[in-house]
Design a protein around this ligand. Sequence first.
Ligand code: URA
Length: 211
Amino acid sequence: MFEKNRSASLSQIIFDLEKSVDQLPIAEKPTDIVFGEGSPDSEIVLIGEAPGYNEHVQRRPFVGRSGQLLRKTLTQVGFPPEQVYITNIVKARPPDNRDPSPEEILAYKPFLDQEISLIDPKLIITLGRFSMAKFLPDVKISQVHGRLHKVRWNGQIMYVLPMYHPAAALRSTQMLTAFTQDFEKVAKILIWVKEQSELIVDLETISAILL
Ligand code: URA
């Protein structure tokens, strides 16, 4: 799909989302919605939890303290924020920054699913346990962070890399080290994932020739 079409389709999702605020939890008015941002043609989609105060005010994901760490780390490992796509599972700020509830996650799910399907990334990076649970419901983040997982999502093979949430990385030096080290692996992991999809395409071409 051409970039223009993807941008237009993303604008349509935002339009639908803002139009649906009456039926959505937490959001009271269209301006309460914080949508994803970045490149619609990115090979990487990063998924956080929900907007906080700064995100709510600026209507942009990950612009507060943890967002600054995320954006700085992405730049350091060769993926400037504007070249990837950053979004959240819940698109409005939970009161007092509490954890999003299962009902809230479910209510915003169709919009996140549309973002993912449209961008069709090679690699999904989940930030924290809530977005990780979307793809890997039965694992512990402390055991799987920084390790690539191949999952079936909506009938499709997806590669998911669970990471600690940057807010957790801000809480201790140990977590910050783990967070940074995990991000340092992204470039190599992305190359490997792309090689896998090229292999599949090659195999499909060979079987098309043979059959
Ligand atoms: N934390 C999140 O999970 N998302 C944001 O956008 C900001 C902070």
